[in-house]
Ligand binder design. Structure first.
Ligand code: UT7
Length: 330
């Protein structure tokens, strides 16, 4: 049976590093609070004028080179971002143009932290039905421009960072490849982690009052997110393993969306797997939303933690709420 697999991965973060000590100068927070509650030590911020599409372009180039391919080999793009350069069109078409890819199709996915896995599932389905043979999947975000870097926005501001990751997905034969995936959502909790404006319900999309109140910036109920994340991550990891006919003991590495080190630790504890089986690099990047899984996967692979033949599980949880998992044989 034809399967799909990731044949190349890569990531890119903007060079500007923002340490917890830098945030201490802007808001009432502390390095100790941030490390204790989140594990984050530093994150990267893009400079003004650099959007998520620019970060995604660099990550895409690296993934394509890693796959041993050239841009011209790509026959479809699935692009996950919550922070596109423009309200429309999406980043997918911008990347298609930058890579000089003529008229190939480009699909945008807006499932926030789960965006990369939603996008990967689409790539997998297209490859398995034989429709496309070399799909580029990108997750890219510039969150920093949407953060309230004052004490008012400190709960969000300390968590997020900018970055991009990408993967090339191509056909393969068993035993390698993507074995199973699961996609879930609970829209009843949409407003627990959301960004209200710009809104099509509002003439002019945003009013001065909304701007004054900061309603154009993301907000969240941190405790609600934390509670749901620590339940949904283990659930979906077990689901995709069950569907693939495998067990946790066989898994070489779990690569979760990097939301909070405490969430990663809690997931390891709930699943009763050793903490080193749950890869975490949030310390250096913060939460980069749709980019965090491909960034983490690239670093894990480059560190030798993901080798040919390994069974690995990717999992994500975030705004929507939306959550997803994917089991694959590397
Ligand atoms: O991909 C999904 C994205 N979101 C997440 O993953 C977030 C999940 N949630 C979390 O990670 C945690 O809920 C947070 C890290 C956001 C917050 O941790 P917490 O242990 O739930 O703290 P809390 O919200 O209950 O706040 C505790 C205290 C509060 O002060 P009082 O009311 O006890 O006086 C907050 O005002 O900490 C205060 N606080 C801060 N203090 C210093 C909130 N943010 C900060 C901050 N620095 N940045």
């Amino acid at each position: 049976m034809t399967r799909s697999r990731i044949t190349g991965i890569g990531f890119h973060v903007p060079p500007r590093v923002v340490r917890n000590a830098d945030l201490e100068k802007m808001m009432d927070t502390s390095d100790a609070w941030i490390i204790e509650r989140t594990g984050i030590r530093e994150r990267h911020y893009a400079d003004p004028g650099v959007g998520s599409s620019a970060l995604g372009l660099e990550a895409a180039r690296r993934a394509i080179a890693d796959a041993g391919r050239e841009s011209g080999d790509i026959d479809f793009i699935v692009y996950a971002t919550t922070t596109p350069d423009y309200m429309f069109p999406g980043n997918g078409v911008l990347l298609q143009h930058e890579l000089g890819l003529g008229h190939i199709g480009a699909l945008d996915v807006r499932n926030a932290c789960s965006g990369f896995l939603y996008a990967l599932s689409v790539a997998d389905a297209f490859v398995r039905i034989g429709r496309y043979r070399c799909v580029l999947v990108v997750g890219a975000e510039v969150q920093s421009t949407g953060l309230d870097l004052t004490t008012r926005g400190r709960d969000m501001a300390v968590l997020f960072g900018d970055g991009a990751g990408a993967a090339v997905v191509e056909p393969c034969q068993a035993p390698q490849g993507i074995l199973s995936w699961a996609l879930h959502a609970e829209g009843a909790l949409a407003k627990e982690l959301w960004c209200e404006a710009p809104s099509s319900m509002v003439p002019g999309r945003v009013t001065p009052e909304m701007l004054e109140a900061g309603r154009h910036l993301p907000t969240m109920n941190g405790r609600q997110v934390y509670k749901n994340a620590t339940t949904r991550f283990p659930e979906v990891i077990e689901e995709v393993l069950r569907d693939a006919g495998h067990t946790l003991e066989e898994v070489a590495l779990i690569v979760p969306h990097q939301a909070n080190q405490r969430i990663g630790d809690a997931v390891a504890a709930r699943l009763q797997v050793p903490p080193e089986k749950v890869f975490q690099n949030i310390q250096n990047y913060g939460n980069t939303t749709a980019a965090s899984i491909p960034i983490a996967l690239t670093e894990a692979r480059d560190a030798g933690l993901v080798k040919g033949g390994d069974l690995i599980v990717l999992a994500a949880f975030g705004a929507g709420f939306a959550w997803a998992g994917c089991a694959m044989r590397w």
